[in-house]
Design a protein around this ligand. Structure first.
Ligand SMILES: C/C(NCc1cnc(C)nc1N)=C(/S)[C@H](O)COP(=O)(O)OP(=O)(O)O
Ligand SMILES: [Mg+2]
Length: 563
């Protein structure tokens, strides 16, 4: 087979196990899309705009080894950059591919369309370098294979996005055939000496610990399910209490006896904040400490007794072990640790059993308590629940997850509207899971149009749209007129997206009885998305959000440092 640059790129993606690539057409990428389309098993999935295209690739990367999005130069890439920034913040390997000017134009002094209006077109590559782990520009076919492999390898090794731009007249130029994919997927291995020393130091720390507790953070998400399983084995081997930070909800099987709930400072699950505060050895794995996850810096932060195992390095007490990769360290440590379950038994003895939520009166106005009670009933072992930035974060922490259920969130980047396009990409990869989104009205207004692509591909995504008349999180942090939004007929929007042939459903629910019915309809509806618009009083929000909002407002409002 005669390979071209576009076919080389597409073949690499197919070799990695991608079956889809997301795209928005533009004259700088049309030849590239033609060439990529010639590669079997790599279907092109088209999006409404480049922000959503980038988020769809990010959502795909939550299910596969990586995601890929193709856009046009400048006017496309600049929108996609917001999703790339999100993938960077969330440690997800998204490959952003942009068409670029004809290579004859470089250095020609030509002013081109879809550019800033001057003849130096390198600005996009420079911008991409700030938000990716690798950014390359391909203006000559002979350098394409090496640059493509380098960018993809960097994204996989660093679990971060990478960027490739390809001149529009190069995409169909002949180039060499790709070799084995192992040259790209071979991961870095830990330094043996450091691995052994870190394991020894860890065992000594655990030997001296009376009340160890394991706390799992969001960085584990992008390390993939294999690591998650290895961490579960470590938790069970240790037998100590295991908590998940908010960003890591669902990354430890919640039916395991070691699981104690969410650790989120003052708004942790019952008894967990005290458990972590009183521990004499906190084992943080993949933890991310930011102002939101520490509730305005008021959480337990690392101290000299703690162990912090991150993806690329480990800190035990006062000692740093770089070049010790999580994927190597956990399997080495697990068989060596001794069981220490006393602290867990003490915790259980305090009997923090979950309270059962009573069924609300069917005709009473819908409350978030009744809404969450019914959503809990939808969650099965094959459910993936997306929690959009908003009050959904806080409600989501209280769901009990059967083993196998997954939760996806974007708590580091926090781009409202992320959930719709990201879930679209995720559902393209995982159409047979029960895919549910909890999304607020404010967020939905940013990226609503991607629901039409779920209709186009008959994806049975269930969208629970919480219409509480505005930006409730922001109200709880700091209120003002800017937190009010124009109301939409959200359920009615589905008919607009259906046009003549779509099979989406839009249902409004004002009370528990209507919601019950809507949920049954949604669960039975398999050939398209169902949007259930629930009306919730603007004052009805999670008590955790009220506490958290005050703390974040306080952190935001700290007086400037003088001098
Ligand atoms: C406006 C903003 N954040 C600021 C913001 C603004 N723009 C972008 C892209 N991302 C952001 N996080 C946020 S969290 C709103 O409360 C979201 O409102 P909604 O989706 O309706 O959810 P809640 O009502 O539960 O808060
Ligand atoms: Mg809202």
């Amino acid at each position: 087979m005669e390979y071209t640059v576009g076919q080389y790129l597409a073949t690499r993606l197919a070799q990695l196990g991608l079956n889809h690539v997301f795209a928005v057409a533009g004259d700088y990428n049309l030849t590239l899309l033609d060439e990529m389309a010639k590669v079997e098993d790599l279907e092109q999935v088209y999006c409404c705009n480049e922000l959503n295209c980038g988020f769809a690739g990010e959502g795909y990367a939550r299910s596969r080894v990586m995601g890929a999005s193709v856009v046009t130069f400048s006017v496309g890439a600049f929108s996609a950059f917001n999703a790339v920034g999100g993938a960077f913040a969330e440690n997800l390997p998204l490959l952003l591919i942009s068409g670029a000017p004809n290579n004859n134009d470089y250095g020609s002094g030509h002013i081109l369309h879809h550019t800033m209006g001057y003849s130096d077109y390198r600005y996009q590559l420079e911008m991409a370098k700030q938000i990716t782990c690798e950014a390359v520009s391909i203006a000559h076919a002979n350098e394409a294979p090496c640059l493509i492999d380098h960018a993809i390898r960097s994204a996989l090794r660093n679990r971060k996005p990478a960027y490739i731009e390809i001149s529009c007249n190069i995409a169909n130029e002949p180039c060499t055939e790709p070799g084995p994919i192992s040259s790209i997927t071979n991961s870095l291995i830990s330094d043996d000496e450091s691995l052994k020393a870190a394991a020894q130091a860890c065992l000594e720390a655990l030997e001296n610990a009376k009340n160890p507790v394991m706390i799992i953070g969001g960085k584990i998400r992008s390390a993939g399910c294999v690591i998650s399983k290895k961490i579960t084995q470590l938790g069970k081997q240790l037998g100590c209490p295991v908590a998940t930070m908010a960003q890591a909800k669902g990354l430890f099987p919640e039916e395991e006896p070691e699981y104690v709930g969410t650790y989120w400072g003052e708004i942790s699950s019952t008894g967990v904040e005290e458990l972590v505060r009183n521990s004499d050895c906190r084992i943080y794995i993949g933890a991310v400490f930011n102002d939101y996850s520490t509730v305005g810096w008021e959480c337990q932060l690392l101290d000299d007794h703690d162990i912090w195992i991150s993806t690329h390095h480990t800190r035990i007490g006062k000692k740093e072990f770089s070049g010790v990769y999580l994927k190597d360290f956990i399997p080495v440590l697990t068989p060596l640790v001794k069981k220490n379950s006393a602290y867990l038994e003490q915790f259980r003895a305090k009997n923090h059993a979950a309270k059962t939520i009573p069924v609300a009166e069917g005709q009473a106005p819908l409350t978030t308590v009744e809404l969450c009670r019914q959503i809990q009933g939808m969650i099965t072992g094959d459910t993936t629940l997306y929690l959009e930035t908003g009050d959904s974060w806080f409600h989501g922490m209280h769901f009990k997850l059967p083993n196998g259920a997954r939760v996806e969130s974007e708590m580091q980047w926090g781009h409202i509207g992320w959930s719709i396009p990201s879930m679209f990409g995720y559902a393209v990869s995982e159409p047979n899971r029960r895919n549910i989104i909890m999304v607020g009205d404010g967020s939905f207004q940013l990226t609503a149009q991607e629901v039409c692509q779920m209709i186009r591909r008959n994806l049975p995504v269930i969208i629970i749209l919480i219409n509480n008349a505005g930006y409730t999180i922001e109200v709880k942090i700091h209120d003002g007129p800017y937190n009010r939004i124009k109301n939409w007929d959200y359920a009615g929007l589905i008919d607009v997206f259906n046009a003549e042939d779509g099979k989406g459903l839009g249902i409004k629910a004002k009370n528990g009885a209507e919601l019950e019915k809507a949920v049954q309809t949604a669960l039975a509806h398999k050939d398209g998305p169902t949007l259930i618009e629930v009306e919730i009083d603007a004052q009805d929000c999670s008590p955790d959000l009220v506490v958290w909002g005050k703390k974040v407002a306080k952190a935001n409002g700290r007086a400037p440092r003088r001098g």
